[in-house]
Write a protein that binds this ligand. Structure first.
Ligand code: GLA
Length: 354
């Protein structure tokens, strides 16, 4: 129990504790900073947090995942340490007036790091929700997600979109969050009961991910300059044709954005109509687009995705920021066990996440 761990480490009971899930994105990748749709769902796995505010400016953090105990302050900057996300969230909690000063914090997680299932967003959303609840402020979960994104964008310097934070703040397992990232309007759509959205780590831990994510963001920024507006995802075919003056690479980046957005809209319709075969096809097409147009896949992930489909999944694709990490595959419950065994046997580096 997180409360017991907190008491063992800090010698008193925490003021508040809670759990925030990780997320897996079913479809709609790299659309969330280009005005498009995303379709993530929350996982059963996640982060347990316990917190007591302090009257001084110290932030003391214990985590079951790391050997070192972090001692930071509310005037710290980013230090490339695992505790940065928590420090950034506490600084924003102060800025919002949720409390004044530092905090003692214990963290226990069942989320693998570097897997593309948002351990960092689970921590920032979780801390901000606890801080809000302590102060009884009426900040909505949507606004908590917006604040948590600011921790990444402004404090950490990671130019991510809003998908992870919204999924974690709002969705529950068994439901997908159909989110319009331009307006932040959303619907919660039930996932089919007779299928499982399996999350499998490729064994390729993401390297240089942030650098390459920024590179893609900058490429999209160049497309936006040419378009004269921010919304690559919602351009028409005619507007896309007008991008012919751009380099081949930039045209392919734009094509991924607009086709992925359209696939995601169709995927929502498939869920509503229970057309799981078409949903699977869309997942497969999404992977091809990430591999060939957005170029964020790696060979190890490509073969895992191929085999996932060959061995019986209705669809499979890389999920998250890219360059390694996890795949998500849609598999009928009655095939799940044999499929999983076969796939993991064929890919000894891969491992089951959810
Ligand atoms: C990371 C980012 C998200 C999103 C995905 C790609 O998870 O944090 O905002 O851009 O990559 O879809």
């Amino acid at each position: 129990m997180i409360t017991d761990s907190f008491e063992t480490v800090f010698g008193s009971k925490p003021k508040i504790h809670g759990f925030t899930p990780g997320r897996v994105n079913l479809i709609g990748e790299h659309t969330d900073y280009n005005g498009g749709m995303v379709l993530p769902t929350a996982l059963e796995l996640g982060v347990s947090l316990a917190l007591s505010p302090r009257h001084d400016n110290k932030i003391r953090i214990w985590s079951d995942k790391f050997d070192d105990f972090a001692e930071r302050t509310t005037s710290d900057k980013v230090t490339d340490h695992w505790s940065d996300y928590i420090v950034g969230a506490i600084i924003l909690a102060n800025e919002q007036g949720y409390f004044e000063g530092g905090a003692d914090i214990a963290v226990e997680t069942t989320l693998p790091f570097g897997a593309g299932i948002s351990s960092s967003a689970a921590v920032t959303v979780g801390i901000l929700k606890l801080a809000r609840d302590i102060s009884r402020a009426d900040t909505s979960d949507k606004d908590i997600a917006v604040l948590a994104r600011r921790v990444e964008n402004e404090f950490i310097g990671m130019p991510c979109g809003i998908m992870d934070q919204m999924a974690i703040a709002i969705a529950s397992p068994g439901q997908a969050l159909a989110l319009n990232t331009e307006t932040l309007d959303f619907d919660l759509v039930d996932l089919p009961h007779n299928y499982h959205m399996a999350v499998i780590h490729s064994g390729q831990f993401r390297q240089l991910n942030e650098g390459r994510y920024k590179e893609r963001k900058e490429e999209c920024d160049a497309v936006k300059v040419e378009l004269g507006h921010e919304n690559i995802c919602q351009i028409s075919d005619a507007e896309f044709a007008e991008l012919e003056g751009l380099s081949d690479v930039l045209q392919r980046r734009a094509r991924h954005c607009l086709t992925e957005h359209r696939r995601t809209i169709e995927a929502v319709t498939c869920l509503l109509k229970h057309d799981i075969n078409r949903l699977g096809e869309l997942m497969n097409e999404s992977h091809v687009s990430m591999r060939d147009d957005f170029e964020i896949s790696v060979p190890k992930v490509d073969t895992l995705v191929e085999d996932a489909v060959k061995f019986g999944a209705v669809g499979a694709r890389q999920t998250g920021g890219g360059f390694g990490g996890c795949i998500v595959a849609c598999i009928a419950n009655d095939k799940l066990e044999t499929w999983k065994t076969r796939l993991l046997e064929a890919h000894p580096d891969a491992f089951w996440v959810a």
